[in-house]
Design a protein around this ligand. Sequence first.
Ligand code: GDP
Length: 297
Amino acid sequence: MAFDSLTEKLQNVFKNLRSKGRLTEDDVKAALKEVKMALLEADVNFKVVKSFVKEVQERAIGQDVMNGLNPGQMVIKIVNEELIRLMGSETTEIKLQPGSAITVIMMAGLQGAGKTTTTAKLAGKFKLKGKKPLLVACDVYRPAAIKQLEINGEKQGVEVFSMGDKIKPADIAKAAMEHAAKNKNNIVILDTAGRLHIDEEMMAELQEIKEAVTVHQTILVVDAMTGQDAVNVASNFNDKIGIDGVIVTKLDGDTRGGAALSIKAVTGKPILYVGMGEKLSDLEQFYPDRMASRILG
Ligand code: GDP
């Protein structure tokens, strides 16, 4: 389960805090030092950890907390609140165009991050909300990706638009828009090509798609298991093409949780959903408060 090792470590720190009637400044500092270690071991970004611990410490070493009835409990409450803040406080919805206007969503990410699977998962979510999404196969380098999108689209009962692998992604996107207008689709989701590493060609291709059609939301898919690499990928994509939000996949297998905890703080862009398994229904909206509760166990 996600965050297992982080949860276990934090619970140990908190058990210690709760067992003390009164807390001295040194008790709080010692506890926060352990929280810091736990977060670093969870692969949370170093700068993020530093400012997190500083914030908690400033709040915890106040008169109200130290002289309160249950100081240990108060410190835990502060950690909880700051964790929620770290992850962006509020749930961010994918912004849709008003009325019957078509919303174009471009999915981006490195190969293997789970982009194609997540694209189909997301289409399923929109369908449940009564929308009529169209999936578009813009990954022309991997014929298997087109097939995979078609299979997943069919499972979700969502139409997939593809033109094979001989046409430029930007042209496919343009043709898909005409198709969507005719078919009264109100959401178009472009599944773009990923590469093993970030490279100029991939960024240029995404840029070209953005120039060919109006993209309303660019969503980056990153793999939680890659920890701080996922955070670096998010920063990089945000700098180069601009992203509106992130979907963190494979959280079900990530015992550390560093990516999920760092992305908002490092990139300023919110996590929209998290992938919790391989099944097409395994996509959960991201609630910072629920995630904090999950982490604290
Ligand atoms: P793409 O190359 O980015 O399009 O990646 P794919 O969509 O092909 O996914 C790569 C692998 O990750 C596949 O085996 C997926 O089933 C798997 N995958 C995607 N999302 C999740 C997730 O949230 N949890 C788990 N456990 N596996 C996932």
